[in-house]
Design a protein around this ligand. Sequence first.
Ligand code: GTP
Ligand code: MG
Ligand code: NA
Length: 461
Amino acid sequence: MVIGMALRCPIVSVLGHVDHGKTSLLDRIRKTRVTKREAGGITQHIGASEIPTDTIKRISKDLLGMLKADLTIPGILVIDTPGHEAFTSLRKRGGALADIAILVVDINEGFKPQTVEAVNILKQNRTPFIVAANKLDLIPGWNSVEGPFVLNFNEKKQHPNALTEFEIKLYENVIKPLNELGFEADLFTRVKDITKTVSIVPVSAVTGEGIPDLLVMLAGLAQKFLEQNLKLDVEGPAKGTVLEVKEERGLGKTIDAIIYDGVAKQGHYLVVGNPTGVVVSRIKALLKPKPLDEMRDPRDKFKPVKEVAAASGLKISAPDLDTVIAGSPLRIVPKNKIEEAKKEIMEEIEETAIPTDDEGIIIKADTMGSLEALANELRKKNVQIKKAEVGDVSKKDIIEASSYGQSNPLNGVVIAFNTKILPDAKTEMEKSDVKVFEGNIIYKLVEDYEVWSKEMEELMK
Ligand code: GTP
Ligand code: MG
Ligand code: NA
């Protein structure tokens, strides 16, 4: 390998319907407890964590013989996505980032609207995927134990009725719907060519059954993907996307990002979008999360590094990041590439702007993705949006909402998802009759708004 070039780590996105067990499966692999701390028990942001090849080898040791090649990938970067219907744009972004994917399906519930949506995203991006048929432990009579599924799937370990039940659910709930969407699919042990047939791996995030099988199939697919893609050696400027903007002690505002292409170097320039344009800032420090830590909810401190090759999670410390918003595209470039990068970023931002109406309410959210999700949910209920912005609720927002409410009281509203209401905004709220809805569960905010607006409509009659 040429010095200065690194083998790119494949990106694996985890997609599927709400509560089918995406985060739980990752928790099981990482030995983390991210699921437990999520508001409302649902994922509302994109997450990222690195799984080193050593971990894959350790968990799957008994099964590595199933792979016909040595594992040469440096590891995988897994992207966790939300399954709740509101987050189509985050799923699309997660899906678009992916080299390969895991589609998580509850084997008892089968395909649901967001499962179909996820398959269509994968189809559109031509992303190879495997299926994790989760919640195997809930099949009536199934004796689910930690370890390889292949060792647990036989008449000695399972009652005949449980085996029958399993086969029925596998076919009816997973294989058949995949066939209907145009994919050949089968239980992974019965698949001859993983590039032609989608492999289904039965798992349980609760007992740990099938996790070794899942990782070995994933590694197999990643390896195949590597062989077919000559461009996997990475060099050149880093391209990425902002996951979160965070205040860190001693560093000030920092950016948590996913780098999906190229190499990020300390001392280079960060070019990143903000609501009014593009920010350029010289990088002070690059910090990498520990392997197996979920970036959104890390157990350990991030480690300073001189450079980072894609794909990777990355914390960036640089001046002037106050106006940067989550969901923005970013580049990390040498000085002579700044102008080119600015142009690219402007183009990407224009593609993702949220459309607004002439009249309507104000919505605020913590990230571009959640703002889009909130906007989409409100649009479904025919709610008009006058202003949609990432950031805290300011005094200006309250004054504006108050003026929108003059002609129509239903528009004197601010809906704030996962953001703060600044102190002077609170003072302003006391003086005005602006109604503010705040919370950290999108669909609850929308429900609360609906209930309130119905009551208001009654009163106004
Ligand atoms: P979203 O990110 O909100 O779309 O959900 P998710 O797909 O990440 O699902 P999550 O991991 O939050 O799990 C949803 C619920 O299912 C939790 O209560 C889990 O404990 C439970 N669960 C997940 N996997 C299994 C499993 O294998 N067996 C059983 N019995 N329960 C499971
Ligand atoms: Mg989740
Ligand atoms: Na969930």
